[in-house]
Write a protein that binds this ligand. Structure first.
Ligand code: NAP
Length: 300
């Protein structure tokens, strides 16, 4: 039986989107400025197609301009870079997102770092990564998933200073920026990964545990410190024979039922971190639009 407080990402994301929509309306009223998000999709990856469709839909719902570019699977790196350079120079475009993964003929780092850092709404450019790691979150565009995780943590904990935080996973898009944000809030941060010895013991020390590994239900209930805040970033599709032959379901990287009996607060999967990621993407697009005109970023 779950005892932990449920950190409802769907509800929090809906609140954030409403605030963004209000801010977008005010930008139009007072400054005749409509933020525009360019999303570039290469190839036919079904998961990417769904994700990109959701982004475009939510963009329109908050009153932003959505500019979609769909390129074939065999596009060359040069052709993609040419498109990115065009978007960098397009005043209608406040933010650019190139959906990953890219086909193997294209080096993702070359594309990500070709995006104007001021339009890099994913926050993956080395300039934004550097700004974040040096603590300049006012200037940096911060990666969306870790931003969303911080907002979810803030739903349960008002003060993070001095808490022990553990980030399981060290990817550039989740683990590392997550650790930087927690450090910025004065947590004592540990990062663990596939080579870490005794991951269970490391997790059990954490007041805040953020898990981003992509391994279904890796983190067990007994790995969790009683009362800890648990943020499950993982999205894994697994077979669900209880739902019928061939059926599947989404699960996180944490064994939810067992963990919820021990934790103080926990995010569900789905409905936790996932919805926050797109909402934070919209927020970054708004921030980029404001920065481009030297306007103060509205308090969301
Ligand atoms: P990634 O790039 O594959 O990184 C996975 C990390 O987990 C790596 O650092 C890896 O260690 C570590 N790891 C793997 N197996 C481990 C184990 N058994 N014990 C300890 N550490 C282990 O993944 P990612 O892009 O960060 O994504 C992680 C998960 O989050 C995926 O399920 C992804 O779908 C999900 N995700 C969700 C959202 C969202 O919006 N909710 C956004 C992004 C990602 P090494 O570095 O040593 O290999």
């Amino acid at each position: 039986m779950a005892e932990a407080k449920m950190l409802d990402g769907a509800a929090l994301a809906a609140t954030l989107r409403r605030r963004i929509a209000d801010a977008v309306e005010r930008l139009d009223d007072y400054h005749k400025l409509t933020p525009g998000l360019a999303v570039v999709l290469v190839g036919e990856n079904p998961a990417s197609q769904i994700y990109v469709r959701n982004k475009s839909k939510q963009c329109a719902e908050v009153g932003m301009r959505s500019l979609d570019h769909h390129l074939p699977d065999d596009v060359t790196e040069h052709e993609l870079l040419t498109l990115v350079h065009g978007l960098n120079n397009d005043p209608q475009v406040s933010g650019i997102l190139v959906q990953l993964p890219l086909p193997e003929q294209i080096e993702p780092g070359a594309v990500v770092n070709a995006i104007d850092p001021a339009k890099d709404v994913d926050g993956f450019h080395v300039i934004n990564a550097g700004l974040l790691s040096t603590g300049d979150t006012g200037t940096a565009l911060v990666p969306c998933t870790p931003s969303g995780c911080m907002m979810l943590i803030g739903q349960h904990l008002s003060e993070l200073a001095g808490l022990k935080a553990m980030v399981l996973g060290r990817s550039n898009i989740v683990g590392k920026p997550m650790a930087a944000l927690l450090l910025g809030e004065h947590c004592t941060v540990t990062i663990a990964h596939s080579r870490t010895r005794d991951v269970a013991r490391e997790c059990a020390r954490a007041d805040i545990l953020v898990v981003a590994v992509g391994r279904p239900r890796l983190v067990k209930g007994e790995w969790i410190k009683p009362g800890a805040t648990v943020i499950d970033v993982g999205i894994n599709r697994v077979e669900a024979p209880d739902r019928g032959a061939g059926a599947t379901r989404l699960v996180g990287d944490v064994d939810f039922q067992k963990a919820a009996a021990v934790a103080g607060a926990i995010t569900p999967v789905p409905g936790g971190v996932g919805p926050m990621t797109i909402a934070c993407l919209l927020r970054n697009t708004l921030v980029a639009a404001c920065h481009s005109k030297g306007l103060e970023v509205p308090d969301l």
